[in-house]
Ligand binder design. Structure first.
Ligand SMILES: Cc1ncc(COP(=O)(O)O)c(C=O)c1O
Length: 315
């Protein structure tokens, strides 16, 4: 992904031009990885741009911040409005939104609790794997890097430092020519993709794991579970074994960046018929209809950004 400059970044209650949004070299979070963030998508719908499951993302944002004692001095309604205004001021319809809360400058003693800095970025980021892979499926590998256990670092908190593990795994997978890495947990069960949750389909049943396998509880994961149940598909949530991945009829990954992405191959082993399977296709199709605002029964997942833009650069 290349990063084109956007017009505005929200930083600590101010809208700043892109080049002016800076963090000091002494920021505690830069040194020790104490930051939390969200990845959220805004979709263009018939009723205007709308943010997908904003409440669930912001509930997770505040919960993640709580784990690292990052005090957020803004009510959820204020941050929701700041997010919508960031999208409006940048004049986006479809975009990715990244709120971040981090320990800012104060002290570098490891016991310090520093002031919290908050940034909100938005940029245009079409699906990370592109339309072709969404239709044909991805080639993944089981990573030699294990997912750290949630007793080491809580995996249900979306913290910046967690991504060192994901970055090692994706770089190693890319170096061997794969699209994505699947990490096992410390017990050898499936954990998740580097930045996605994993689903298997066997004999018409959807299988996925939960926090017992040291995963982030993805909001797209929850959406896929709800969509599958809505379609009448049975969903079983339990630990998953590597052999179940290799012998699955269908496999797909879920995440805000890649949405619902089929897997066609695991380390050279062809999954199903080597293309997107029929149940994956149904769930994916429904997901894209929901985010486009074409499914009234899921309209409550969409938060319209509204039209009340404020003139001027500063909130
Ligand atoms: C480690 C990890 N697992 C799963 C996910 C999927 O979560 P979500 O669907 O909320 O984007 C992500 C992405 O945020 C992630 O980084």
């Amino acid at each position: 992904m290349s990063f084109e400059k956007t017009k505005w970044i929200w930083q600590n209650n101010e809208f700043l031009p892109f080049d002016e949004a800076k963090i000091h070299a002494t920021a505690f979070g830069l040194h020790y990885g104490t930051g939390v963030f969200e990845g959220i998508r805004c979709y263009d719908t018939a009723g205007g741009p709308a943010i997908f499951r904003l409440k669930e993302h912001m509930d997770r944002f505040y919960a993640s911040a709580e784990v690292y004692k990052l005090k957020i001095d803004y009510a959820p309604e204020a941050l929701n409005e700041a997010i919508c205004e960031t999208v409006r001021r940048n004049e986006f319809k479809n975009c990715y939104i990244r709120p971040t809360a981090y320990s800012d400058a104060g002290s570098l003693g490891i016991r310090s609790v520093c002031p919290t800095g908050i940034n909100i970025l938005a940029w245009e980021w079409p699906n990370d794997f592109g339309a072709e892979k969404l239709a044909k499926g991805m080639r993944v590998t089981v990573s030699p890097y294990r997912k750290f256990h949630s007793s080491m670092i809580p995996t249900t908190a979306k913290a910046t430092g967690n991504y060192l593990n994901s970055i090692l795994a994706v770089r190693e997978a890319a170096a061997r020519g794969f699209d994505e890495a699947i990490l096992l947990d410390v017990n050898g069960n499936l954990a998740e993709g580097a930045v996605e949750n994993i689903f298997l389909i066997k004999d018409g049943k959807l299988l996925t794991n939960d926090q017992n396998s040291s995963i982030l509880l993805g909001i797209t994961r929850d959406s896929a579970i709800q969509i599958a149940r809505h379609l009448g598909c049975e969903v079983e949530i339990r630990d998953l074994k590597l052999h179940e991945l290799l012998s699955a009829d269908e496999v797909f990954l879920t995440g805000t960046a890649i949405e619902i992405a089929p897997v066609r191959e695991v380390d050279g082993k062809i999954i199903g018929n080597g293309a997107r399977g029929p149940i994956t296709e149904q769930i994916q199709k429904n997901f894209f209809e929901i985010v486009a605002g074409r499914k009234p029964e899921f309209q409550h997942w969409l938060y319209p950004i509204g039209q009340n833009a404020v003139a001027g650069a500063v909130a």
